[in-house]
Design a protein around this ligand. Structure first.
Ligand code: SF4
Length: 255
């Protein structure tokens, strides 16, 4: 009879022995995934009239929404967005206020050097890597783009530390293009509301671009971010004060 080899049970940590933070993170991620799945399945597509109505309300409540990342020019905006990956805007602003006072151009950043940039931004997560990227992108701007921030997606995405989201934010905020940057807030709102359900940020981005009328696209990114940050909160959405609670398709909305 063949011998059955069993893995010793002691090597598999019981759920209760997992570090609490890991357990919470895993549970939170699962519940977000579940809720996204649910809303993708459950949502009935919005009609064009409903989408128009929702964005008219956002516009009426906040005609000129502003991003919360502080910057002085397109270059400092680009640097701020690169620094904001997996960090809060408030945390980035705290660090960049002093950095941008001494380095608001690629040349000044290079003159400062990587070590000093690192010192200015060390309160931000992944600061070593980010300082390296800020130096490298400044070098590339000088070498390839005449020290200017480029205006095309491909060129922006070629810069160290900059991906699709960075390109979308810079194109929108610095150059007024109708792009849709999908961060964690926009991803959640797009899915929960049923406006643009998707399993990846790119799916949500393309879905939102498809349904939002062009006249709202310049500000749509900020309206959705602010909505996610202050109203449609991840853990406890404030459905009772939500401007679009009658239109929202989320099966778990509380009104
Ligand atoms: S009704 Fe609730 S879940 Fe829907 S968008 Fe508003 S806050 Fe978010």
């Amino acid at each position: 009879m063949p011998k059955i080899i069993r893995k010793p049970l002691s090597k598999i940590p019981p759920k209760s022995k997992l570090a609490p933070a890991k357990r919470v993170k895993k549970t939170a991620r699962k519940s977000v995934e579940k809720s996204v799945e649910k809303s993708i399945k459950a949502s009935k597509p919005w009609t064009p009239a409903e989408v128009y109505e929702a964005f008219s309300r956002f516009r009426k409540a906040n005609p000129e929404p502003r991003g919360e990342l502080e910057h002085l020019n397109p270059y400092t905006l680009l640097v701020a967005v690169v620094l904001s990956a997996q960090a809060t805007d408030a945390g980035v602003n705290k660090a960049t206020r002093e950095l941008f006072a001494v380095a608001d151009t690629p040349q000044k950043t290079l003159a400062l050097g990587e070590e000093r940039v690192r010192d200015y931004i060390k309160s931000i997560g992944l600061y070593r890597n980010k300082a390296r990227n800020v130096i490298a992108l400044s070098e590339k701007l000088i070498a390839d783009f005449n020290s200017e921030v480029p205006r095309t997606r491909a060129e922006l995405e070629s810069l160290p530390g900059a991906g699709r989201k960075t390109a979308n934010v810079v194109l929108n905020m610095a150059f007024g293009e109708h792009t849709m940057a999908v961060d964690t807030h926009v991803f959640r709102v797009g899915n929960r509301t049923g406006l643009a359900p998707g399993k990846t940020p790119l799916e949500v981005e393309l879905g939102l671009e498809r349904v939002i009328p062009d006249e709202f696209m310049l500000h749509a990114h900020h309206w959705l971010i602010l909505h996610g940050r202050y109203t449609c909160l991840a853990r406890k959405p404030r459905c009772e004060v939500c401007l679009i609670n009658d239109l929202c398709r989320w099966p778990e909305k509380t009104v």
